[in-house]
Write a protein that binds this ligand. Structure first.
Ligand SMILES: [Zn+2]
Length: 422
């Protein structure tokens, strides 16, 4: 793919002779846009500098008091295509602002219970390189100890946007109520509610930013926190400080709110006696998707067993969550701490259980069975990717294999929840 100017595109587009392009594809030139084919031959001379350049991730650690309780990561990419004031100097500034706040607390003697890792990724625009290398180099520790990864990629603007796995929906809603909206009126949660008919459900994560290696390769529950503005200068040379000051984020209030939301989220995850993650909500979300997928199942294949497993997962995680609530009410005694650790460890393995070791067909690096980017959908998410791809190919055997593996994963998550719920 290579960008061309409107003048060059004119010559290419005007000579296409196929059917009229859909309405959303009609653009600003003074002719009706058509699809291909066309008769124009194009000689494309690409001047691409192929050199090796070192990239640098910046990683800072705020050590917690309980090294056995896992750690929370917050980060954003620090490289840009061009000026990149909103994508992603904004997210990186929000991350550094959080570092400044936590650093001040740290100097006053404060410590979080769980370690908090703050990261600035390099090489994101070239294929999530910095975060992927970090995730692969630290894979074992992340698999064993990571509680969650919170990403910030574009935080300049007035409209709040969140993406996450369903386990984090509730805590994100709760944190959004605790932070002032960048508009100056009410909370972020109130503005989010008004913009979503009261639904406040985060988007599900496809790809296009640094949560991908954590969530889809390693099974670390992830969230993406951001603010945006109407209109877009995405990956444009006009994405500069003047654009932020005058249009996108006057007063940098979105960047401030993103820092407060990610920081509050990180602190709640780092300090909670019982991790505020709801796999019962995840089970309900997954069950609804399985139910919808059943209608597309190739002839002779069925999701009945997988749906039963999802229902059992929901029941077991509800029991785990109420055991956690009972325990946490009124603080923990030292014997209760042992039980709380058991519950937290069971919560921590839930997302990991959703991976399949062999990965997705044709792209084994992607191991998550519930979320992946679609192969042809750009950044957009493809839920239940193995099932969806097998259904689209009408491949009953692949569909049944995917269903069997997912059933087993849901059963493993259920068993871990049941054991800790007692
Ligand atoms: Zn970005």
């Amino acid at each position: 793919m290579t960008p061309v100017s409107a003048r060059e595109a004119h010559g290419l587009l005007a000579t296409l002779t196929g059917p009229v392009a859909p309405r959303g594809w009609q653009g600003g030139h003074d002719f009706r846009y058509r699809l291909g084919p066309g008769g124009t031959q194009v000689a494309l001379d690409l001047d691409i500098d192929r050199t090796d350049i070192a990239i640098d991730n910046v990683v800072a650690t705020v050590p917690g008091t309980d090294p056995d309780a896992g750690y929370v990561l917050v980060g954003g990419h620090r490289d840009t295509w061009a000026g990149g004031a909103s994508d992603n100097k904004s997210g990186w500034i929000s991350t550094m602002e959080l570092a400044r706040a936590l650093g001040g607390l740290y100097q006053d003697g404060w410590r979080p219970r769980r370690t908090i890792v703050l990261a600035g990724w390099d090489g994101e625009e070239y294929g999530l390189i910095g975060s992927t290398e970090y995730a692969e180099n630290n894979a074992q520790r992340l698999r064993e100890e990571a509680i969650a990864y919170i990403n910030m990629d574009t935080t300049a603007g007035r409209s709040f946007g969140a993406g996450s796995v369903p386990a984090l929906d509730e805590v994100i809603r709760s944190v959004s109520d605790a932070v002032d909206a960048p508009s100056g009126t009410g909370s972020v949660g109130e503005a989010w509610s008004a913009a979503s008919d009261g639904r406040r459900v985060p988007d599900r994560l496809g790809s296009g930013s640094d949560y991908t290696p954590f969530l889809q390769h390693l099974g670390v529950p992830s969230a993406d926190i951001g603010f945006s503005s109407a209109g877009s200068v995405y990956h444009s040379v006009y994405d500069n400080v003047d654009y932020l000051d005058r249009f996108a984020d006057p007063g940098l209030k979105g960047m401030t709110a993103a820092s407060e939301i990610s920081g509050t989220l990180a602190l709640r995850l780092a300090n909670a006696d019982i991790l505020p993650m709801r796999y019962s909500a995840y089970a309900a979300d997954t069950l609804a998707r399985l139910d919808a997928m059943q209608a597309q199942a190739p002839a002779g294949s069925s999701l009945q067993d997988t749906m039963t497993a999802a229902r059992n997962w929901g029941a077991a995680t509800r029991r785990l969550e109420s055991a956690g609530r009972r325990l946490a009410a009124g603080g923990l005694t030292s014997t209760e701490r042992v039980a709380a650790k058991r519950i937290n460890d069971a919560i921590r393995v839930q997302e990991r259980a959703l991976l399949t070791p062999g990965g997705l067909a044709g792209r084994p690096w992607y191991k998550h069975q519930v979320w992946a980017p679609g192969r042809t959908t750009g950044y957009a998410v493809l839920p239940l990717p193995r099932l969806a791809e097998a259904a689209e190919a009408k491949d009953a055997r692949a569909f049944t294999e995917a269903a069997t593996d997912l059933t087993r994963s849901l059963q493993a998550a259920t068993a871990a929840a049941e054991k800790a719920a007692g």
